[in-house]
Structures are given as C-alpha cells and as structure tokens.
Write a protein that binds this ligand. Sequence first.
Ligand SMILES: [Zn+2]
Length: 208
Amino acid sequence: MTPKNIIVFIAAAAVSLAAANTRFGDSAHAIGVIKANGGSARHASHLDAGKDAYTLIATATVIPPYRGDARITLEGEPKLDCKLYSSGPVLDLGIRRHPVFREDTLFDLQPKDRIAIWAVIKPPAIDPVCGMAVKDDFVSEQHGGKSYRFCSDDCLNNFRLNPDKYKNNAAQGKYTLAFTDTATGKRVLDIPVLLGGKEGAGDGGHQH
Ligand SMILES: [Zn+2]
C-alpha cells in the first residue's frame, strides 16, 4: 500500500464513520486480515449497551494467496438484526479494485484487495428485569426520560421497587462478524463483536 493510498483509505473510512455517526448514533471500526486458513481482527469491537442501533465498519486486507468469495454473517445469540453494506462509491477513491458485494457476499476477492463493509446492527429491546425480548405492545413505563417495556406486571412491579438495579440492563452478548469462504466453508476472517458488558471482561473472542 502506498502512503497516498493509505491516506485516501483512512480519509474514506473517516467519511463513512462520520456519516455513520450522524445517521446511526454509535459506531465502531474493526480492522482485520482475510486469510485462507482463518484471518483475524486486530481487536474485538465493543458496542456500548443500550443504543437503538450501531454501525460497525470493518476494513480488511486479503492476504495472499487467498482468493475466493466470502459470505458475511453476524453469529451469536440472541440474533441481532444486521444489514450489510459495501464500501460503495465512498471508497472508490484510488483503490485499484474492489470486489463485488451482493447481499451478504463479497465476490472475487483477490490477494491484496482491501475491503470495507459496514454492518448496521440493531439489538432487540429487552425487558430489563428478566431479559426477555419485548415487543412494542408490551406494558411500558417511563423512567428517567427513558422508556422501558416489560413482559408482565410482575417484572414491571420489580422494576418499580428497584429501578436503579435494572435501569441500565440492555441486550448484550458476544458475537462474531464471520467471513466464510463459500467454496470451502472455511472461515477466512472472524471479527469478535462485544455488545454491552465491560471491556476486558471477556475471554478473547470465545462465543456462547
Ligand atoms: Zn419479564
């Protein structure tokens, strides 16, 4: 990578990040390498709990000799709504080529390609007392300017008795943004994504 390309690449990522911040409120950036026998991210991406949506921008370089098509999925429980977007025109700035991205798959990855994907991730709303996923028509309560929903009057009553204990509870979990070679079924890149919880409390990419 020439210095000029690096600057263009960083600038483009920054533009995407700024746009993502404006639109989605919270974002993180993961940098990784794609390898035939399993690439990795430089570090896990942390998403603070309690936001409505997140944008995770993943940039990666293809390490020779890998070439192929890679499908991208967000793995982990509970399932999160995740929409994937490719770099699109924003990154089309002096980068020699970039692979075709359709739906959830990067086609025709070649050695030394650089890719940028962003994932818009929406965690489910949960009952802060029992942790179950809640829908819009569940019983709701306002507290401290935030709206909470509960699966039952029991959970609502528990919340009213001790709101400080429950008010910061939000969906959390360990996830992996996984890139899987469509021909071999092998993982070519794993990006650990930690939703909520405390930084450093995890055990390094292990999944539930
Ligand atoms: Zn409940």
